[in-house]
Structure formats: structure tokens, C-alpha cells
Design a protein around this ligand. Structure first.
Ligand code: HEM
Length: 148
């Protein structure tokens, strides 16, 4: 079980760390040409890198969910602290998966070409929401662990 938790936490550091770095690049790399060069080269690698860790997070998370019998907690005591924290974490994970798909579909579509204003809003909006949801998920993850 420790190994699964280890892989889960390792995946969380890679997934969140990658997202934070790209988010910071978007804000601090002001030179448009440099930004476009970075995204052209790094974008696709980053997409595969993040997808891999998200799948690992979902797999190891589901394993621990079953192992700890959290399904029964949600079924028989959904109002308990553990049930509530897990539900909130799962909602946030669902949203993050959705925004990640939106973000990636547009990213691959506009790769090496110019984006429309609407695509720009969707790209920036989804990446901001992913950033915020990561913080929220981390908060619930720590609470869940202290309740188990
Ligand atoms: C973006 C997705 C996710 C992230 C970033 C994430 C992050 C984390 C982190 C950092 C911990 C360790 C907390 C600590 O040690 O204090 C943790 C624990 C846990 N996560 Fe996740 N998680 C994600 C998805 C999931 C999913 C989808 C599930 C269930 C279906 C899940 C179930 C759990 C459980 C049960 C624990 C506690 C394990 C234990 O204490 O033995 N996680 N998560």
C-alpha cells in the first residue's frame, strides 16, 4: 500500500509541478517570440507528460479508494467528514480532468498556428482553473489522509 501511495504522491508532484511551471511561464515570459518558441517545442512533450501523470493519479487514487473502503463510506455515511472531503476532492478531480481535455484539444488544434480570441480565452481560462483546482485538490488530499 505504501508503494501505491508513494506513486500517487510522486505523480501529484509531477502533475502539479508541471502545471505550475507552465503557468508561471505564461505569466513571466513576456517576450511573445520566446513564448511561442517555448510552447512550440515544449507544448506536445508537456501534454504527454501531464497526461501520463494524470492517468497514474487516477489509477493509484482509485486503488486506494477501494483499498480503504471509501466507496462504503460514501454509500452509508456520505455526510461524514471523510465522505464530504472525498466527494469534494472527486468533484475537483472530475473538473480538472474536463478542463485538461478542453485545454489539450485546443492546444493540439492551434499548435504552431495563430489562435482566435475565443481559443485564447479558453486556453488561459482552463489553465487558470486547473491551477486553482490543483490547490483545492491538495487541500482535500491532506484532509483525507489525516482522517484515514
Ligand atoms: C489530480 C488528481 C489528484 C491529486 C493531485 C491527488 C493528490 C494526492 C496527494 C498529494 C495525496 C497525499 C496526501 C497526504 O499525504 O497528506 C493523496 C492521497 C489520497 N488520494 Fe489523491 N490525488 C488525486 C486524485 C485522486 C483520486 C482520483 C482518488 C480516488 C479515486 C484519490 C484518492 C486518494 C486517497 C484515498 C488518498 C489517501 C491515501 C492514504 O492516506 O493512504 N486521489 N492524493
Amino acid at each position: 500500500m505504501n508503494l501505491v501511495l508513494f506513486i500517487h504522491i510522486l505523480s501529484a508532484t509531477a502533475w502539479i509541478g508541471g502545471a505550475l511551471l507552465l503557468f508561471a511561464l505564461g505569466i513571466f515570459l513576456r517576450d511573445k517570440q520566446a513564448q511561442s518558441n517555448v510552447y512550440d517545442h515544449l507544448g506536445p512533450i508537456y501534454g504527454y507528460f501531464e497526461s501520463f501523470w494524470l492517468v497514474t493519479l487516477l489509477t493509484t487514487g482509485s486503488y486506494m479508494f477501494i483499498h480503504h473502503g471509501i466507496g462504503e463510506v460514501l454509500l452509508y455515511a456520505p455526510g461524514s467528514q471523510l465522505g464530504q472531503n472525498m466527494l469534494h476532492k472527486l468533484y475537483a478531480v472530475g473538473l480538472i480532468a474536463l478542463f485538461t481535455v478542453v485545454h489539450m484539444v485546443i492546444a493540439f488544434k492551434v499548435h504552431k498556428s495563430t489562435r482566435t480570441t475565443f481559443q485564447n480565452i479558453l486556453m488561459r481560462g482552463s489553465s487558470l482553473l486547473i491551477f486553482i483546482l490543483n490547490i483545492v485538490i491538495l487541500w482535500y488530499a491532506i484532509r483525507i489522509r489525516s482522517l484515514l
